[in-house]
Design a protein around this ligand. Sequence first.
Ligand SMILES: [Fe+2]
Ligand SMILES: [Fe+2]
Length: 187
Amino acid sequence: MTTTEDRDVIDLLLAQHEQIKGLFAGIVVADGDRKGDLFNDLVRLLAVHESAEEQVVHPAARSSAGDEVVEARLHEESEAKHALSDLYDLGVEHPEFDARLAMLEKAVVEHATHEEQEEFPRLRQELSAERLRRMAGAVRAAEAISPTRPHPGAGESATVNMLAGPPVAVFDKIRDAVRDWRQSNKD
Ligand SMILES: [Fe+2]
Ligand SMILES: [Fe+2]
């Protein structure tokens, strides 16, 4: 039986790509408080996801995929963080929110596709299974601060509400946690 503990960093990140797409789809059809909750879930999930990639995946991809590829991904992640901040300031009730969220969705999906085509396959090829499993610890360290998996039986919000507030603060807090993890672990 495969348990979550057996999954390597790529498995976890691929699953999160799907979860991210699902949240975008959920936000547009939601309204009121639920829409706000789902948007906060998206902020936390993207913060967890991109922090883990920034701290362990992109650095490892530099030697296999090249600096140019990695710099392009980091730039996209930073743009997405700013777009999330703008959406947060705008608020889910704003008439322009949906159109701007759709633009962010397009950018985030393209970003994920680039990673899936240009980085993940190379890491799978070049790093040992053991190292990829160890790198999954970065995702778990981020999730320890802000759980992103739906908890069984929790109908309303997709995640446990532990961290809310401006996206930049959420991203910083989660990035610090992953950085601490990386400093006490080799990857
Ligand atoms: Fe990313
Ligand atoms: Fe990603």
